[in-house]
Design a protein around this ligand. Structure first.
Ligand SMILES: NC(=O)c1ccc[n+]([C@@H]2O[C@H](COP(=O)([O-])OP(=O)(O)OC[C@H]3O[C@@H](n4cnc5c(N)ncnc54)[C@H](OP(=O)(O)O)[C@@H]3O)[C@@H](O)[C@H]2O)c1
Length: 240
């Protein structure tokens, strides 16, 4: 079998127990990598590890708890690539939602990424990469999603601002549109008809597949010249 760019590499995926992160873990393993996944719920993590098989290990962490992020990375002596898909999304209108709900959006996606980067950097290979996740809400504002959008925009600025500081390691972001995952299904009350209606409203008449995201994540990990990129993965729906 031909050697792939990820062969025998260590790929850490915070959010690897579900959805886009889980599909990325599957793809990285198929490309010959060892994978370490993290998520906040122990049962979900165990289920994902059982499904991923012996090339995967993992432990729980909470992106809202910096000490747990430190502990997570302390157990990983070295890594080649870090992918973060995990984030807490707490909708709420800016003018009247509880402040702690609004702050959780930034505390998890933005500050969780900052804490992860600081903990991962000393262990990250010189030719390694970091991939963060934002979302199409940066381009399509919605009432009640202001802080979710700010947090997503913040990680895009974080990545591009950090390019010089972390070189020669690379950092990129994937900005997904609607993707068929447990998160999106939950937002639509697991209603298949609503999911199908959403798919039909999009230019390509389909929701993004987790495998589409995994394909993009592996491209960003493996291509040595892609750096500071925000890869929009929305089937064109941000512009249609
Ligand atoms: N799916 C979409 O349509 C879509 C669109 C735009 C952007 N995105 C973004 O893409 C990312 C992944 O979404 P997804 O659809 O794959 O969601 P998902 O299926 O719900 O998976 C989320 C993953 O993050 C973990 N996670 C959640 N909160 C965490 C916390 N506090 N600490 C540690 N891990 C945590 C989850 O594990 P536990 O539940 O065990 O914590 C799970 O492994 C998110 O950042 C989301 O905002 C998704």
């Amino acid at each position: 079998m031909a050697r792939t760019a990820l062969q025998d590499q260590t790929v850490v995926i915070i959010g690897g127990s579900s959805g886009l992160g889980f599909a990325s873990a599957q793809a990285a393993i198929a490309a010959g990598a060892r994978v370490v996944i993290g998520g906040s719920e122990d049962d979900k993590l165990r289920g994902a590890l059982a499904a991923l098989g012996p090339a995967a290990t993992g432990r729980t962490l909470d992106m809202l708890n910096p000490a747990s992020i430190q502990d997570f990375f302390a157990a990983i002596p070295a890594l080649d690539h870090l992918l973060i898909t995990a984030a807490v999304i707490r909708p709420g209108r800016l003018l009247d939602a509880p402040l702690e709900d609004l702050q959780a959006n930034l505390d998890s996606r933005f500050w969780g990424s900052v804490h992860s980067l600081r903990a991962a950097a000393p262990r990250l290979a010189a030719d390694g990469s970091i991939t963060l996740t934002s979302g199409m809400v940066t381009q399509r504002p919605q009432p009640g999603k202001t802080l979710a959008a700010v947090a997503a925009g913040a990680v895009e600025t974080l990545a591009q601002s950090l390019v010089a500081e972390i070189a020669p390691r690379r950092i990129n972001v994937i900005n997904p549109g609607p993707m068929r995952t447990p998160l999106l299904a939950g937002m639509l009350d697991n209603d298949v008809q609503r999911l199908d209606a959403l798919a039909q409203s999009l230019p390509l008449r389909r929701l993004g597949a987790p495998e589409d995201f995994a394909d993009a994540a592996l491209f960003l990990m493996s291509n040595p010249n892609v750096n500071g990129e925000v890869l929009h993965l929305n089937g064109g729906s941000a512009w249609a």
